[in-house]
Design a protein around this ligand. Structure first.
Ligand code: GLU
Length: 475
């Protein structure tokens, strides 16, 4: 069993910070201010469920006010506790800094098992929690902007938006109070896949450096690389399907709550998702070896090039770390590797692509959604037709000058103007590429920095420190 003690996660995050902070040369007081959680709110509120009144425990932590609004998802899980939410909020601050998303970090948590409630009951709990946030001035497009996380999705975000809007009737920016909303309710195309898509772009970038791949004994590029994915929720399933469809990666193992499967020759992710929908389980997937629930963690230790933990924190600890065979551990989840495990893995020559960079695609597209909400206009609306016409003019001119005709298909591909989804994907791709290069550059520049996580923390801390400007970083 993974180490589930609540404070292991928060301690790991703080430890990573301290290791990186030592490389920055920044004043101690400033580092202390960057490190602490600025505000921690715990609330209890009653909700009537059937004939019973249930007291619900919930949190909102705003880790850093160096930028406004603060930003981060809301988690619904029985394991929610104060330190878990603090750890997640802390990671949000660094995550936003790494990908240049101008928010402070925050996170919310409601201590419930969402699968035990009906949609009506969940709506009641979500609206009540939102009312609490409104009452305490903890939500608003310029204050703090929640989003989905484990156990929540577009449906919950639409309830939050509706609750906020019904109270702030004169706020024309109300839609920007929460992101990850359904597309037809002021959401943005591509938000649901964003974290998984970002995970793929991050892996692809990491695999594009010949020197780094050589050290790991791997070839350059993602094509043909085997992957094991832990968790088939939103992030895991999109990481796997985009990795397979766009990167030519081969899924060989999957672990879920009901157990795990492994198939050396490869599992088609779309087929597996369909199979799970029909049978309610991944077990007994044709041609794959099945492992019961109690042995599901073993799949993390199986032979593969890239291990993608996409479930919860503390999954790789000092106990199973020495047995991990994957050359690359791609942290799609938040905090899947404990600090002790990280030391073992780095010393063992594995590459860890850290969570605070790798899963930042979600908040990146949340940022695009928030901008869309504040601008009250869909991306692409102003320029799509104009670009299409310009491109058509260019094709016509080339045809005229060369005397050759483009095919209908060539015309369609070249002349097309960008839709919202094209712009979101290209903005996300650019963001993930630029951030990876910044992190790798820090690692290459400082020989004493041995891993990408420390480099990512250094990148984040330096950016936040420069935002604090007046707080003593001047000579
Ligand atoms: N919950 C997601 C995360 O951990 C998304 C946060 C957001 O979009 O604000 O990054």
């Amino acid at each position: 069993m993974a180490n589930q003690e609540p404070d292991v996660f928060y301690e790991s995050v703080q430890k990573y910070f301290d290791i990186a902070a030592a490389h920055t040369g920044l004043p101690e007081g400033l580092l202390a201010q960057i490190k602490v959680c600025n505000a921690v709110y715990r609330m209890h509120f009653p909700v009537q469920i059937g004939n019973e009144v249930k007291v619900i425990e919930a949190y909102r932590v705003q880790h850093s006010h160096h930028r406004s609004p603060t930003k981060g998802g809301i988690r619904y899980s029985n394991h929610v506790n104060q330190e878990e939410v603090m750890a997640l909020a802390t990671l949000m601050t660094y995550k936003c800094a790494i990908v240049d998303v101008p928010f402070g970090g925050a996170k919310g948590g409601v201590k419930i098992n969402p699968w035990e409630y009906t949609p009506q009951q969940l709506e009641k709990i979500t609206r009540r929690y939102t009312t609490e946030l409104i009452r305490l001035n903890l939500i608003g497009p310029g204050i703090d902007v929640p989003a989905p996380d484990y156990g929540t999705g577009p449906r919950e975000m639409s309830w939050i938006y509706d609750t906020y809007r019904s109270i702030h009737v004169d706020d024309i920016n109300a839609a920007g109070c929460v992101t990850g909303k359904p597309e037809n309710q002021n959401g943005i195309r591509g938000r649901t896949e964003a974290t998984g898509r970002g995970v793929f772009y991050g892996i692809r970038e990491a695999c594009s450096f010949a020197d780094d791949m050589k050290k790991l004994g791997l070839t350059v590029g993602t094509q043909g690389k085997t992957m094991v994915v832990q968790g088939l929720g939103n992030v895991g399933s999109y990481s796997a399907s985009i990795g397979q469809d766009e990167g030519g990666m081969v899924l060989v193992g999957v672990s879920e709550v009901e157990g795990a499967i492994y198939k050396k020759s490869g599992i088609d992710i779309h087929d597996l998702l369909k199979f799970r929908k029909e049978t309610g389980s991944i077990l007994k997937y044709p041609g794959a070896k099945s492992f019961p629930k109690e042995r599901r963690r073993e799949v993390l230790e199986f032979e593969c090039d890239i291990l993608i933990p996409a479930a919860l924190e503390n999954q790789i600890d000092k106990e199973n770390a020495p047995r991990i065979k994957a050359k690359i551990i791609a942290e799609a989840a938040n905090g899947p590797v404990t600090a002790e495990a990280q030391t073992i893995l780095v010393e063992g020559g594995h590459m860890i692509i850290p969570d605070l960079y790798l899963n930042a695609g979600g908040v990146t597209v949340s940022y695009f959604e928030w901008l869309k909400n504040l601008s009250h206009m869909r991306f692409g609306r102003m320029d799509k037709r104009f670009n299409q016409q310009t491109n058509t003019n260019i094709i016509n001119l080339v045809e005229e000058l060369t005397g050759k005709k483009a095919t209908e298909e060539q015309r369609r591909v070249i002349a097309r103007g960008a839709d919202e989804i094209d712009l979101v994907r290209s903005g996300l791709e650019e963001t993930m590429i630029v951030a990876y290069h910044q992190i790798r550059e820090i690692k290459m520049r400082k020989r004493s920095i041995k891993d990408l996580r420390t480099a990512a923390f250094v990148s984040a801390i330096n950016k936040i420190a420069s935002d604090y400007g007046s707080l003593g970083i001047w000579p």
